[in-house]
Design a protein around this ligand. Structure first.
Ligand code: ZN
Length: 172
């Protein structure tokens, strides 16, 4: 499979989303070895807090994909940057998109948006795009609920049992 138009997506959210996608992708399409290598590289980024180190990773990804930047205008959109690769395959495409996402994060001082799910036992990573950077759980749909239910049950267990007398006093 090859991307229909490598480098055509240009928005920051798309790039950040693709970092996440590339970090968690677990399929085995053609180029699986390259994708696994990219996944490991990107997963390591979740440990990085130094922008200089992250910049080095982005530069390495762009170099390995033989990225070719082009200034273009099309479809009524003003001049903007497309980056393509002579390797018209998903690993190179994702590496370039991920690298551009990393660059966006560095330029926006947003590396702290790369988080790990706060739910016990979950190893997923996430990109917190919330305005107040408050996202704590991955997008699998269960981690946040699981933690909240466990906290609710723990509170109920520690709450002193009310006697029948006190209940009668509250509801005469
Ligand atoms: Zn999770």
């Amino acid at each position: 499979m090859t991307p229909a138009d490598p480098g055509k997506t240009c928005t920051q959210d798309t790039r950040i989303g693709l970092i996440h996608t590339a970090a968690v992708v677990n399929t085995r399409p053609s180029g699986a070895d390259e994708l696994a290598g990219l996944r490991n590289t990107l997963r390591d980024l979740w440990q990085v807090t130094d922008p200089g180190v992250a910049a080095g990773v982005a530069e390495q990804l762009l170099a390995e994909a033989r990225a070719r930047p082009q200034l273009v205008t099309h479809d009524g959109v003003g001049w903007h940057l497309h980056i393509s690769s002579p390797d018209k395959a998903w690993p190179a495409y994702l590496a370039i998109e991920a690298a551009m996402g990393v660059i966006d994060l560095i330029r926006g001082d947003d590396l702290d948006r790369l988080k790990r799910c706060a739910a016990p036992g979950c190893a997923a990573v996430l990109v917190d795009l919330s305005r107040n950077r408050s996202k704590r759980y991955c997008a699998n749909g269960t981690c946040g609920n699981r933690v909240h239910v466990a906290a609710y049950r723990a509170r109920r267990r520690t709450r002193p049992a009310r006697s029948a007398t006190s209940i009668r006093e509250e509801h005469p």
